[in-house]
Design a protein around this ligand. Structure first.
Ligand code: PRP
Ligand code: URA
Length: 218
């Protein structure tokens, strides 16, 4: 690969590579991991990523009373958040994010990749009210060519959303570059950037088809 073929703006990229994340990823990738465990791991990894992606949530001072005395403490300042899974596989990450921010709204973007062209085909969309005022976390375990994620970003930008953060579990250089080049403001969080795509636009070494592994459809 020529040097810098996949150069991108790394300031908008966070690789969440905590040892616990790497350990869980290793089990997730294993072809012998059961559907049940796979699904549980996707939820757990989404929690780690959500924790990082929401690190800058605004806080406000409130007065509370401990059993000993009054004090000023800080709580989340009621920022509006939406989780937007790309169906199907993105659904597997929703519960993890909701365990961190239970009041978040959930929007759905239905998309699948055409087997021949690898281009995304959109079949469903339902966004929460006042989506443009929300911090939107687009979730999808796999970032391959970037076609699905860039289409989802475009959809949210067209709906007026300003603050978009994308959370994927396994990415590849081609997809990371496609997403960061497509949108100059989007922020991307991933647990790992794998080596490359194969001829069928699957990530190597990857973990196979995330949707099939979450739902046991293969
Ligand atoms: C997978 C994955 C992403 C997309 C990534 O979904 O969950 O949405 O492929 O590939 P891309 O970056 O090349 O667009 P898939 O189309 O297999 O649909 P599914 O979730 O219904 O299985
Ligand atoms: N979608 C998947 O689920 N896996 C890949 O490796 C690429 C796209």
């Amino acid at each position: 690969m020529p040097e810098n073929e996949y150069a991108y703006d790394a300031s908008r990229l966070t690789v969440v590579d905590h040892p616990l994340v790497q350990h869980k990823l290793a089990i997730l990738r294993d072809k012998d991991t059961s559907t049940k465990v796979f699904r549980e791991l996707v939820t757990e990894l989404a929690i780690f990523e959500g924790y990082e992606a929401l690190r800058d949530l605004p806080l406000e001072e409130v007065e509370i009373e401990t059993p000993l005395e009054k004090m000023r403490a800080r709580k989340i300042a009621g920022k509006k958040i939406a989780v937007i899974p790309i169906l199907r596989a993105g659904l597997g990450m929703v519960d993890g994010i909701l365990s961190l921010v239970p009041s978040a709204r959930v929007g759905h973007i239905g998309m699948y990749r055409d087997h021949e062209t690898h281009e995304p085909v959109q079949y469903y969309c339902k966004l929460p009210p006042s989506v443009s005022e929300r911090t939107c976390l687009i979730v999808d375990p796999m970032l391959a060519t970037g076609g699905s994620l860039t289409a989802a970003i475009k959809f949210l930008r067209d709906a007026g959303v300003e603050d978009i953060r994308c959370l994927t579990l396994v990415s590849c250089p081609e997809g990371v570059k496609a997403v960061l080049d497509y949108d100059p403001d989007v922020r991307l969080y991933t647990c790992v950037i794998d080596r490359q795509l194969n001829g069928n636009a699957y990530i190597l070494p990857g973990l196979g088809d995330a949707g099939d592994r979450i739902y046991g459809t293969k």
